[in-house]
Design a protein around this ligand. Structure first.
Ligand code: DX5
Ligand code: ZN
Length: 226
């Protein structure tokens, strides 16, 4: 478990015409979460590497890049060049999950995997050493603003038991429907990092929303071994 929760607002819910200001508005966040969608792996299309490169120019924040795309192995180099710090790809989309994770680490960036709600996590538990981060989807990937699926926390509990039992540093991140109403349960289940799109950018003050999420996660989670 980390010493403090990582709050990672998703710019998918921001105003794309004002990205520099939207990123400034989340200055008190830990990471910026960037959702790349190709219209194939998920039915929605968002943006690609040129937008990441533009974000990288105006932000020093850790860029947490969530690739919801087919054949991620064909495209990761573009995202590495664009300034990604961690790349998360879907196990359902990669041709060789372990090989791709190793390639990312060799390039000096964090390797993350993600699973759709219907995809079991068990097959990946024995390979956790290969990954810096596991992203549990708590909505069907593709769109912001959906309802949190509490049954996905079972995967978080399994991961937490394995990671703690083996003394690993793998970060558990959760994505989809995270708000003041749901982040506490996710923290209690063992998440370290929390993606929030609409709960941050839909708020009157994104900075205040981040503080509220952080306070609840700190209170309900087990950060710093408290
Ligand atoms: C969904 C994306 C999420 C999304 C979260 O496919 O991966 O990161 O933007 O949005 P909210 O927080 O609105 O559910
Ligand atoms: Zn995401």
């Amino acid at each position: 478990m980390l010493n403090a929760p990582i709050i990672a607002p998703s710019i998918l819910a921001s105003d794309f015409a004002r990205l520099d200001r939207e990123i400034e508005a989340i200055d008190n966040a830990d990471w910026v979460h960037v959702d790349v969608m190709d219209g194939h792996f998920v039915p929605n299309l968002s943006f690609g590497a040129p937008i990441l490169a533009a974000i990288d120019k105006v932000s020093d924040k850790h860029m947490d890049v969530h690739l919801m795309i087919e054949a991620p192995e064909k495209w990761v180099d573009d995202y590495i060049k664009a300034g990604a710090d961690t790349i998360i790809f879907h196990v359902e989309a990669a041709d060789d999950t372990i090989a791709l994770a190793r390639r990312l680490r060799e390039s000096g960036i964090g390797a993350g995997i993600s699973v759709r709600p219907g995809t079991p996590i068990e097959p990946w538990l024995e390979h956790l050493e290969e990954f810096d981060l596991v992203l549990v989807m708590s909505v069907e990937p593709g769109f912001g603003g959906q309802s949190f699926m509490p049954d996905q926390l079972e995967k978080v509990r399994l991961l937490r038991t394995e990671i703690n039992g083996r003394g690993l540093g793998t970060v558990i991140e959760i994505d989809g429907g995270i708000s003041a109403a749901t982040i506490g349960d996710a923290a209690e289940a063992g998440c370290d990092a929390f993606v929030a799109g609409s709960a941050v950018y839909g708020a009157e003050s994104p900075a205040a929303a981040i503080e509220e999420l952080r306070a609840i996660a700190t209170e309900r989670g087990n950060f710093g071994g408290k």
